[in-house]
Design a protein. Structure first.
Length: 109
């Protein structure tokens, strides 16, 4: 019950960056797919909650989110992909490490 009441008075937004959606508030750190442009990171605000006031975009809102880049390149956990064909002695193992950018939400406006 207390957690539900606490959630009602929080300020947060749902944003979209490079095809991924995140629920963020000021001071949060998020990992997004590697961003090429270091100057400006474009985020679309899909929904904004300010206390009991909820704004939902159709499809986006005219709000801005400011970010700080904490680390330009972080490597994720290695993912292994196996290829196999039956009865032909074909086996192949490929490794992949995704690259991320760590962002800190400086300001929601």
């Amino acid at each position: 019950m207390f957690a539900l009441e606490y959630e009602m008075f929080m300020n947060y937004s749902v944003i979209k960056i490079s095809g991924q959606q995140f629920r963020v508030k000021e001071g949060d750190e998020i990992l997004v797919n590697k961003v090429k442009s270091k100057d400006k990171i474009q985020a679309q605000v899909l929904m904004s909650v300010n206390g009991e006031k909820v704004e939902i975009g159709t499809p986006t809102l005219n709000k801005k989110v400011d970010f700080e880049i904490l680390s330009d390149l972080e490597k994720g956990k290695k993912i292994y992909v196996m290829k196999y064909k039956a009865k032909s002695r074909y086996r192949k193992k490929i490794g992949f490490r995704p690259q991320y950018t760590r962002l800190k939400v400086a300001k929601l406006s």
